[in-house]
Design a protein around this ligand. Sequence first.
Ligand code: HEM
Length: 136
Amino acid sequence: MREDPALLSTAVEEVLRWASSAAHSMGTATRPVEIRGRRIAEGDRVVLWAPSANRDEAVFDDSDTFDIARTPNRHLAFGSGKHLCIDGTLARAQMRILYTELLDTATGIEQTGPAHAVPSIAVRGPETLPIRIVLR
Ligand code: HEM
């Protein structure tokens, strides 16, 4: 990104895909449907596991590679359909501001202690992650 700041937008999308911080969303099938040979009946509870969907090798080339230039990047980090995240726009703007500020002010970020994950199946990410930002 430092070499090519034009990658900011695709980098934000790749972080969203890679981190998949909203781990799952659950819904109830309103009609019977078959998805990849799996039958789902009306009334069945179904779960979208975002980290899995966002590494679907049928959708993403090299899905286990973090690629800030990835295009297209049709990830489901904000869910989909009726309950699509209402403020993906704000989340994206916050990420763009954070990365722009970091690129402007820092030369690196170092982890200074052990990371501990949030104890949740709904939210993915570190609860604590001690870091040191190396300023210019
Ligand atoms: C990186 C940040 C964010 C992620 C990963 C995220 C993810 C999601 C996901 C996956 C859903 C769908 C849940 C479902 O299908 O049941 C959702 C819904 C929602 N999000 Fe976000 N979200 C983020 C930031 C935000 C922000 C900043 C706001 C508001 C300021 C927001 C407000 C909402 C609301 C109100 C819904 C419910 C929409 C509905 O049920 O119609 N989200 N979000």
